[in-house]
Design a binder for this molecule. Structure first.
Ligand code: UD1
Ligand code: CA
Length: 454
């Protein structure tokens, strides 16, 4: 049996008061649509398609960035039933289709698997994933007659009695494709919203089944900023408790935000006000934070990042960075390196056991092993037109306040004298001094004329 997935992502989401489509609003810095796409991917459908609509170019750009997914455009937002019609091609090609909402990020592959098994076992024509919630307001209610599931009633169309029902529609369904194709043209707009409701398919098809999820969170969606905040808070705790189970240490959860795709090894401690995002991987026995922002980085074992901002960088084992350091994209820091306070590194490789302890900028550079940077060194890597590289050989000693004007090369085991501005290649094992001659004028007159405070 072939299975297809259609993710509905065409709605505007006006109440979110955002310039972007609602499905691109983020939970833990990942668009809600991304969560749903990941659940679908991990179920393993034969095909996954996304229906776009409001500001479709933004949604399509995101979908494309996530891999090979088909998109279908719904030019006018006429309801969820109409949105599925736009992807009728998928329904025709597959034996069975699963429809998911792009604005309900907590649907997961286990729930999809459980409901699919029930759908097959009962031979139902449609299976709805439902959940019992404390506050059903805003959701479609599951209507049962004599215990048999017969319809979904939308909030706006509910009678007072129906409004009391707490079993709600998650917006995720399994359909037998043939049956769905037959009823889609029969949907009407005779309802309170004047839209084509996909939920009307239940009554039209009959032979429906409801799979009540044990995890009620799978229905949660966000229509407002406050709703989105609540989803973020729920997801945040879930991720952090999950990491604790894997041996990650937290003294407090204050200000700690970690994206769902981040991986962290055991005995690593995450300190307050630390944000770890994207596909960051961190090894074991590290200390990350406080006050750090780590995004799309690979971090080894026994690494200390104290008050660090790091983006798209690799940090090997036994490295210590910070406090107050920034690693910009393209930085590779080899084992045993020490990067101290107020150091910025960009698009550079720093060799094993090298040290840059204070107030230094290293950009577009290839630095060898065992190099020592004194305080206040700068690679002048930009001439206003191009970015140029600096090369520093193993065991070189870069004196305090050295300016290295790129393109320039410092040979192995060479020394630059403090305060030098280097523009020419420095041979290995040499000392380069580039300074004015020091003069002393004894008893300088002005020293005696200056007004002095006591
Ligand atoms: C829908 C269900 C409701 C369910 C709830 C679960 C219907 C009629 N109602 O209501 O029973 O409890 O989801 O979250 O289906 N979309 C389009 N095109 C459209 C309209 C919507 O692509 O023309 C997309 C939206 O982007 C969204 C999804 O479909 O991702 C659901 O639409 P939304 O308007 O949020 O439906 P709900 O009112 O939440
Ligand atoms: Ca919704």
């Amino acid at each position: 049996m072939t299975t297809g997935c259609i993710i509905l992502a065409g709605g505007a989401g006006k109440r979110m008061k955002s310039e972007k489509p609602k499905v691109l609003c983020e939970v833990l810095k990942k668009p809600m649509l991304g969560w749903v796409m990941d659940a679908a991917k991990s179920f393993g459908f034969d095909t996954i398609a996304v229906v776009t609509g409001y500001k479709n170019e933004l949604t399509e750009e995101y979908v494309k960035s996530r891999g090979d997914f088909a998109t279908y455009l719904q030019t006018e937002q006429k309801g969820t039933g109409d949105a599925v019609k736009r992807a009728a091609e998928v329904v025709k090609r597959m034996d069975c289709v699963c429809v998911l909402c792009g604005d309900a990020p907590f649907i997961d592959s286990d729930t999809l698997r459980g409901s699919f098994e029930l759908h097959q076992k009962t031979k139902a024509s449609v299976t709805v994933i439902s959940a019992e919630v404390e506050n059903p307001i805003g959701y479609g209610r599951i209507i049962r007659e004599n215990g048999r599931f017969t319809a979904i009633r939308e909030q706006k169309d509910c009678s007072p009695d129906e409004a009391e029902i707490c079993e709600v529609n998650s917006g995720a369904y399994w359909f037998d494709s043939k049956e769905l194709l037959e009823v889609l043209p029969k949907l009407s707009t005779q309802n309170a919203a004047g839209e084509y409701y996909l939920t009307d398919c239940i009554e039209l098809i009959g032979n429906a089944c409801a799979y009540k999820s044990v995890n009620p969170d799978i229905v949660l969606g966000a229509n407002t900023r406050r709703g989105l905040f609540e989803l973020n808070e729920k997801a945040r705790q879930k991720v952090l408790y999950g990491l604790m189970e894997q041996g990650v240490e937290f003294l407090t959860l204050d200000g700690i935000i970690i994206s769902p795709d981040v991986k962290i090894g055991c005995d690593t401690a995450i300190l307050p006000n630390t944000v770890i995002l994207g596909n960051t991987v961190i090894g074991t026995n590290c200390k990350i934070g406080a006050n750090s922002h780590i995004e799309n980085c690979t971090v080894g074992n026994n690494v200390k990042l104290n008050n660090v901002q790091a983006y798209s960088s690799t940090i090997e084992d036994n490295v210590s960075v910070g406090p107050f350091a920034q690693l910009r994209p393209g930085t590779i820091i080899r084992r045993g390196v020490k990067i101290g306070d107020f150091v910025e590194i960009k698009n550079s490789t720093i060799g094993e056991n090298t040290s840059a302890s204070h107030l230094t900028y290293i950009g577009d550079s290839d630095v060898g092993r065992g190099v020592n940077f004194g305080c206040g060194c700068v690679t002048a890597n930009y001439d206003g037109i191009d970015h140029l590289r600096t090369e520093i050989g193993d065991h070189a000693f870069i004196g305090c306040n050295t300016n290295l004007i790129a393109p320039v090369k410092v040979g192995e085991n060479a020394t630059t004298a403090a305060g030098s501005t280097i523009t020419k290649p420095v041979p290995p094992n040499s000392l380069v001094v580039e300074r004015g001659t020091e003069r002393i004028i004894e008893n300088w007159e002005k020293n005696f004329k200056r007004k002095r405070k006591i």
